[in-house]
Design a binder for this molecule. Sequence first.
Ligand code: BGC
Length: 729
Amino acid sequence: MSDSTLFAAAAARVAGGADAHAEAAALVGAMTEDERRWCLDGDHPFWGDLSEMGQGGYHKRTFPAARVERLGIAGFAFSDGPRGVVIGPATAFPVSMARGATWDVDLEERIGEAIGVELRAVGATLYGGVCVNVLRHPAWGRAQETYGEDPVHVGELGAALTRGVQRHAMACVKHFACNSMENTRFAVDVTIDETALHEVYLPHFRRIVDEGVASVMSAYNAVNGEWCGQSRMLLNDVLRERWGFDGFVISDWIFGLRDAGASVHAGLDVEMPYRMIRAFGLDGDLAAGACTEDEIAAAATRVVATLLRFHPVLDQPRPPIDVLAQPTHRALAREAAAKALVLLRNEPVEGTPVLPLDAGSLTSVAVVGRLAAVRNLGDGGSSDVWAPSAVTPLDGLRAALPAVEVRHSDGDVSVAAGSDVAIVVVGYTKADEGEFIGDSGTAHLASLMPAADEPEVVAAYEATRAAEVRDFQPPPDAGGAGGFGFAKGGDRESLRLRPDDEELIAAVAAANPRVVVCLVAGSAVLIDRWDRSVPAVVQSWYAGMEGGHALADVLLGRVQPSGRLPFSVPADPDHLPSFDRDAVEATYDGWHGYWKLAADGNEAAYPFGFGLSYTDLSLLGTEAAQHGDEIVATTVAVNAGTRPGVEVVQAYASAGDGPAKLVGFARVELDAGERKVAEVRFPIARLARWDEAAHDWRPVTGPVQVALARHAGDPAAEATTVELQPPRT
Ligand code: BGC
C-alpha cells in the first residue's frame, strides 16, 4: 500500500514515539461505519472460501482480515502452524511436543525466526502456531501441537517461539483457554475453579502475553458456561484488565462464537475466518443492546493499534519464496529432531548398551515396522505442513550407513534374524491422533452458517482470488482424503500401541536380542507390557521433514541424546485424570501431570523430565538464595563418562503444603569428564498461590524448598530451603 495513506502517516508517528492506541483511535474515527464493521471479521465470504478450502485451499493462500484500503490499512493475513508454515512447500519442523522435549528455548527461538521468514515469504503476517494448551491427558488428539504438561515449561517454549516469529511477523497464541479435548471441542463446557484456572491453565498464556505476543485466539469450548469466544471473564477481565494485554483477539475458525453482540461485548475483536455470525447478526444485536458502537470501535482500534506497533516489523521487505525449506531451515529441523529424541531405555546386551550403534562394526541392520518408510509428519488438520520432502527413518539410516546392508520390511520379521541390530518403528499416524476432521459433530451448528454470501463481497473476493491463490500442489506422498493430507484425527482411542505393533515387537525381540524400538507419537504411550522385553526404546516423535537423518544421527552416536520427556508416562492409565472423549461437560481441577502422580503416591513408568544419555551424568546438591524478585539456584553438573552429554537441570520448588513444581530449567552441555556449575534462575512470583477469597495472587513468604533435579521426583536430588524475605514496600 502507498506511503501517503493515513495509516502510513500514523505508523511513522508511532515509530517516532506517538501512542499507538491514540493513533489507532483516530484512524478508526476516520472510518465509515461499514469500514469499522469490516474490521470485525475475516474478509472472505463464507460459502465462497469454504468450497475453496475444501479443495485443498488451506495450503494455497492466507486468511485475510481487517483490510481497509482507503486508509492504507493492510489488515492481517493468517497462516497456521505450529510445525511450520502451512502454506506452500514449507519446512516441516518436528511437532511442538517434540520441540518441548528439547527443553531448548534458544533452539525454539531460532525455529520461530525461520518460521517467521517463511511466513512472510508466502504473504502471511500473522502466525497461528503458538499453541500452548497444557497437556492434561495424553489422549488429547492435538497433544502434539503443544509442548507438554507443565505450565512453566510450556510457557517458556511458547515465549521463545513468539520472540523468534515476531522478528518477522505477528504471532497468535492459542487456544484461550482450557482447550484440551478434541472430539467434543465444539460442545464441551469445562467447569473449573479460579485456583485451577490461574495456577494451571493460564500461567503459560500470561507468560506469552508478557513476551509481547500480538494476538490471542479464543478456544472453541466453553468455560464455566460461556463459549470462550464470548467470555468476558477470559477476554476482558483476565486478559486485558488483569494482564494488560494490548494486542487483538481473534476467534477460532467458523464455530468460535455463537452470538455477534455478546462476542463484541466480551472483547473478541475479530471473528475468523469469514463473514459469518457478525456480518449477519450484529445489526440486530446492536439494536437489542447486546453491545455498543463504542465496543465495536474499541475492537477495531485494538486491531489497528497492533498493526501500527508492528509496522516496522511488517514493513520489512518480503523474502523470496525460495526461503521455504531452504537448507539452513532443514538443518534446523534436523537439529531439533535430534535434540528432541528421548532415550527411554538402553540396556546392555552381552555387556554393552545397545546404543549408540557402532557404524564401523555393523554389517547389517534390519528396519522393521509399518511406520519405518512412510511420510509421517503428524496431524492432518490445520497444522499439516506440505513439506516438499520427508526423510523417513529408513531413508535416514540408509543415508547414514552407505556401506551397511539395511534390510527393510513392514512386518516380515525374518529380516531381523541375523542382522546386527533390529530397529522397529511403531506408533501412530494422523489417522490415530490429531485435529478431529472426520465427523466433527458440526451438523447441529448449521444454523450458524449464513444463508448466502453478500454479492459485493463475493465480487471483491473473485477479483483478488487469482492473484492471491498460489499454485502450490500437495507433495505426492501427502496421503489423506483427496491427497490433501486431511485425516480423521481426533482424541486417541488407546494409550497403548496397536496390538499388531505390540505383536511385531514381541516377534522381533524373539528373532534378535538387539532391538531398538522407536515410538512415533505426539504424547505418552504406555509401554509397560513390552518395554522390558527389548533392550532399547526411544521416543522419536513426529520428527519433521529431516527426522530420519536425525534418528540416524542419535542412534549412531553422532549427536548425543539429550531429549527429556515433556510429560509423565504413567505406570497405569488409572493414575491419570479422567478423560471422556465424548463428554460435553467436564470438570478440570489443578491436578494432572507429575504433581498429581506425586500427590497420589503413584510412581511414573517414565517421569516428566526424564531421558537417558550415552554418558554418566549427575548433579551434586543444590544451593539457592533469594536475589531480589528471583531465586538463583546452583548445582554442579558432572559428566563422569567418556562421551559428551547434555544435562537438563530442572528446578522444582514448593512452598507451604503445595506440590513441588517446575519453576525453571537450563540445558548444560558437558564434555567427557567435565563438571560445571549450572544455574537456574526463576521469579519468586512463580511460587505464588491463588487466593479464591481475594480473587488475586497471594505472594509467598517464609520457607521454600528448592531442588535441582534431573527429572520430576528424582530421588538423587537434594533440596535446600530458602527463607523468603517479605517483599519491600
Ligand atoms: C483450529 C485452530 C486453527 C484454525 C485455523 C481451527 O480448527 O482449532 O487451531 O488455527 O482452525 O486453521
